[in-house]
Each structure stands twice: as structure tokens, then as C-alpha cells.
Ligand binder design. Structure first.
Ligand SMILES: [Zn+2]
Length: 244
């Protein structure tokens, strides 16, 4: 079982962990704790490196399997490191862009629900780019520009983004969470992690987010598309960090 360090500290860039099991042929390592996000909820997995006894291995893929997080290592050296200590380092530029993008998408869905009552039906992201599908009957250029202006006003409000881990029964009593289909969570889950953008949005969510909407920066709505009678897709992009 891997402790998920990113769930309570999304700003952790480096960490120490012990290797609890190894699949040498697949070049997979399971750690007792990790800051690597294994992907999920539209957010791609982290990349980075893992150092074991002085050898640095690229982490090329990360995946959750049951209670374990699998780290897929590059390189050629045979891996036989059960019970060894290791040090993980995230590709922070990539991860931080994903955090900004993921938070931007929550600003978008919170704003669209508040202003138009439209629910989200799906979404996906890569660093600095994302898309989200809404239950909208019509989407026009004018409406898209209105949405873009509204989300940027929310970003500029410097709203705090708070993460909480709640007992299932408590989470199920929060009306805002019920709207985001929390009732579809599997029976066995005893705790629900919530991400709240103060005064705007509250969701059950496993992803990594920035602390404040002011870290998101300007959001541009770059395109929109009809994906069915009551399904419209909105594409957003974020600015690259300064100096790039
Ligand atoms: Zn999310």
C-alpha cells in the first residue's frame, strides 16, 4: 500500500521513500509513499526521476493499481531493489502546469454552473491545455466570450483553493457534492477528498491543485465544438510561465 503524499501536499517536489516491491521485467517499483500523481480524473500522471543507491532512473509512467502506486522506470540496469531506500524528484515544471490547468478547469465548471446551471459531462487536460464538456443546448461565440470574461474575473478574485479529506457520511450530506455525482463513488470508499474553490466550486476530486486562483493566470477560451444535442465542448489554454 502506497501513502499518497500528493493528496495532502500538492507542492511536494521531492521525497524519500522505501521500495516495498519490484517487478523486474516490467521495470516497475512500488514505494511505501509517493508524491508522484498516478493520473486520474482527467489529470495525466507525473514524470520525474527516482534515485536508488546513486543510480538515477527516469520515471516514465505512474499508475495506480489497487492500493499501490506503480512507478515505471526507464534505463537498462536490472532492478532488484526490494527494501531499498530511494529518493523521488518530480518534473516540477510539468506538474505545476498541470496543477494550474486542473484548477482552471474547476474555475470554468464552477463559473458555468453558477451562471448558466450547466453541468459537466466530461473533461481532459494536458499541461496548459484542457477541455470540458457541458450540458448546453447551444454554444455561440458571444457566449464563449462571456464565459471567458467571467472565468478571468474569478481568477482575479484570488480565491483560496482548499483540499479536505472527509468521512463518506459527512461528504454525502453536502448538497454541492451531490450535484457532482458523488453518489456514484464505489461503496468501499470510506473517505472522500474534496477540492473547494472558496465561494465558487466544490467537488469530490483526487487531483493536484494550486493554492489560490491567482496562480492560474489568464485563461483563454480558444475553441468550442458541438459534441451532441445537449453536449458542448469548450477548449481552454493557459499562459506559459514568464521567460519561456
Ligand atoms: Zn478535477
Amino acid at each position: 500500500m502506497t501513502e499518497l503524499l500528493y493528496q495532502t501536499d500538492s507542492y511536494l517536489q521531492e521525497f524519500d521513500a522505501n521500495i516495498i516491491s519490484v517487478l523486474p521485467e516490467e521495470r516497475v517499483i512500488v514505494l511505501d509513499r509517493t508524491a508522484f500523481y498516478p493520473g486520474g480524473g482527467g489529470q495525466p500522471c507525473d514524470l520525474g526521476s527516482l534515485t536508488v543507491t546513486g543510480t538515477v532512473y527516469p520515471v516514465q509512467k505512474v499508475k495506480k493499481q489497487g492500493e499501490d502506486v506503480l512507478h515505471f522506470l526507464g534505463g537498462r540496469r536490472i532492478i532488484t531493489y526490494e527494501n531499498y531506500a530511494s529518493h523521488g524528484i518530480l518534473d516540477w515544471a510539468r506538474r505545476y502546469r498541470l496543477m494550474r490547468t486542473h484548477s482552471a478547469l474547476h474555475v470554468l465548471c464552477g463559473t458555468v454552473f453558477r451562471d448558466y446551471g450547466a453541468l459537466v459531462t466530461g473533461g481532459d487536460m494536458e499541461p496548459l491545455k484542457g477541455r470540458m464538456d457541458f450540458e448546453f443546448e447551444t454554444m455561440r461565440g458571444e457566449l464563449v466570450r462571456e464565459i471567458e470574461a467571467a472565468v478571468n474575473r474569478e481568477v482575479a478574485q484570488a480565491r483560496e483553493i482548499r483540499v479536505k479529506i472527509l468521512p463518506r457520511a459527512e461528504a454525502f450530506q453536502i448538497p454541492d457534492l451531490i450535484r457532482t455525482k458523488i453518489n456514484l463513488l464505489p461503496e468501499g470508499i470510506t473517505q472522500v477528498r474534496t477540492v473547494e474553490i472558496a465561494g465558487l466550486d466544490l467537488q469530490a476530486d483526487g487531483g493536484t491543485h494550486v493554492r489560490n486562483t491567482n496562480e492560474v493566470g489568464t485563461i483563454r477560451v480558444v475553441d468550442y465544438k458541438s459534441k451532441g444535442v445537449i453536449n458542448k465542448r469548450i477548449y481552454i489554454e493557459l499562459e506559459s510561465p514568464k521567460g519561456e
